[in-house]
Design a protein around this ligand. Structure first.
Ligand SMILES: *[C@@H]1O[C@H](CO)[C@@H](O)[C@H](O)[C@H]1NC(C)=O
Ligand SMILES: *[C@@H]1O[C@H](CO)[C@@H](O)[C@H](O)[C@H]1NC(C)=O
Length: 503
């Protein structure tokens, strides 16, 4: 467990310990330290032994089959951690309130989901009734779906009964009265919203223009953090048609290959255009992407040096790079890979660079019948929801880029028991890929060793959420903190000793 040890993490850890450590606790502590050292010792001897077993391979091409199955597929060691979202004993059941919050939820599916979960907590802090959020229909994702098309509305209302009151619509008599229309400051703390309750002196309805990043990641009371987890992981369930098809598709994948990797291949036109990543593309393709960026008003950065982006590790991996990466990690050619994505840029031209080494590829279009997908056509968010379900349920999740979907899926997998998520070290990998390109390195055991070592600690093992980058002050630090929904540890993930907080 790596604790990058920002000060708030330390204070949180201290808060969980009893005030005056008794001799009994001290003894326990020493015993666990001792047990931990033995564990570390065994762990290292084990990897040394494995190294020895592998030695003969260094003389030839590394056969990917020879990496132990459990290393490829098993979840990282979980230290007995488990989800915990029950409120503390101080938490009071919600009262009904005559004050209402309406909100327009912005962004793609995952930005909306985490934003709505934040709004649940905001409504709680402001002691307000939350009206079922309106979903953004104007965003890039152009989707006319309403809340109840994507989420199980009744379940959402019921599941949050002890936390806040949620209603389907504003009462008729309030529809015409003036509302306070607010752009709340991003990443705000508890105090900010407590002050905003002053609005109730003048208004009965507050409209919030955007739902994303309403709350800070850190330094919120434990009960608020747990409420965010209850909202996201329990209340905000997908609508029955989505849940049911999602489940079916997972079953079909399992029937086909047993285990599968879900690859979030963010090699889509909007992403490449937005990031300015044109490595490996033709001049015509690069120009098409540049024009799209030029003409998309809400993307502020227009001039981008693709080479610098790539070297900095800011580009999504290309299908070809993903292929090299997975081979180096030791996944055999027969591995079943589900591709969670919209339309891959350039279609088969680029995709074939991955499928040539991993032919056992599945998309929702190949798993579901046309009739099954009919209802989902032209609904980007509903399709994204299917990808989300299949990704959370996969044995291994590999995001090719760190966007909202990658973060949300990683966090959910951590919450459910630290399921394996391999996050590519894109900066490090680009160096390796470039060496392959120049011939300094060849695919084989040396490359495999390098790549596996680079990703030893990037497999979704338990660790506390990272604080802000050092040296960053003021509001800017909030941007650099690890997202609460990417890693809800420690607040919503507990060790067994904390009996009180068990679910
Ligand atoms: C919350 O609102 C209700 C009704 O509007 C009111 O009776 C109650 O006192 C409020 N609670 C707090 C903690 O402000
Ligand atoms: C982009 O950046 C690279 C590396 O810094 C540099 O060599 C190259 O000349 C730049 N290209 C343009 C068009 O500025």
């Amino acid at each position: 467990m790596v604790n990058r040890g920002s000060s708030h993490n330390r204070t949180l850890a201290i808060r969980f310990l009893p005030r005056k450590p008794s001799p009994y606790v001290l003894t326990l502590y020493i015993i666990s330290l001792f047990a931990f050292s033995i564990f570390v010792f065994l762990f290292y001897t084990r990897s040394i032994l494995e190294e020895d077993e592998r030695k003969p391979l260094l003389f030839g091409e590394l056969q990917s089959e020879q990496i132990p199955e459990e290393k490829l597929w098993d979840s990282p060691f979980g230290y007995g951690l488990h989800p915990c979202v029950k409120p503390t004993s101080k938490y009071k059941v919600a009262q009904g309130s005559e004050h209402y919050i309406t909100v327009r939820s912005n962004g793609g599916l995952n930005q909306m989901r985490t934003g709505i979960s934040d709004m649940v907590a905001v409504a709680r802090i402001m002691n307000a009734t939350l009206v079922i959020p309106q979903l953004d229909k104007r965003s890039f994702w152009q989707d006319s779906s309403t809340f109840s098309d994507i989420f199980d509305e009744l379940h959402f209302i019921e599941a949050l009964k002890g936390d806040i009151r949620v209603v389907k619509e504003l009462p008729k008599k309030l529809e015409t009265i003036p509302r306070a229309r607010k752009h709340f400051t991003s990443w705000s703390g508890m105090g900010y919203y407590e002050e905003r309750t002053q609005l109730w002196k003048e208004y009965q309805v507050v409209h919030v223009a955007k739902s994303d990043s309403r709350l800070a990641n850190n330094d919120l009371p434990l009960d608020m953090q747990r409420l965010r987890c209850r909202a996201l992981y329990h209340a905000l369930r997908f609508s029955p048609p989505i849940e049911s098809l999602g489940k079916k598709l997972v079953e079909r994948l399992r029937a086909r290959g047993g285990r599968y990797i879900a690859l979030h291949l963010r090699y889509e036109k909007d992403m490449l255009s937005f990031t300015g990543c044109t490595y490996g593309l033709t001049d015509a393709e690069s120009e098409e992407l540049r024009i799209m960026r030029e003409t998309t008003n809400h993307w502020k950065v227009k001039v981008i040096n693709s080479t610098e982006q790539r070297i900095g590790g800011f580009c999504p991996l290309t299908p070809k790079e993903v292929g090299i990466f997975l081979r180096a990690l030791g996944y055999p050619q027969s591995t079943l890979i589900y591709i969670a994505a919209g339309e891959i840029y350039g279609g088969n031209t680029h995709l074939s660079e991955l499928t040539s080494s991993f032919p056992n590829i599945a998309f929702k279009e190949t798993l579901a019948t046309q009739e099954e997908l009919e209802a989902f056509n032209n609904h980007a968010s509903q399709n994204a929801a299917l990808d989300y379900i299949i990704s959370v349920e996969s044995d291994v999740f590999v995001p090719s880029y760190s966007g909202n979907m990658a973060r949300a899926v990683e966090g959910h997998r951590r919450y459910l028991g630290h399921r394996k998520t391999i996050t590519p070290d894109r900066k490090g990998l680009v160096e390796v890929f470039d060496k392959l390109e120049t011939g300094e390195l060849k695919e084989g055991s040396a490359l495999s060793f390098l790549v596996r070592q680079m990703h030893e600690n990037r497999q979704g093992a338990p660790r506390k959420r990272r604080g802000s980058l050092p040296g960053i002050k003021g509001r800017a630090r909030f941007r650099t903190e690890e997202s609460f929904y990417e890693n809800p540890y420690p607040e919503c993930i507990c060790s067994s000793k904390r009996q009180l907080q068990m679910t």
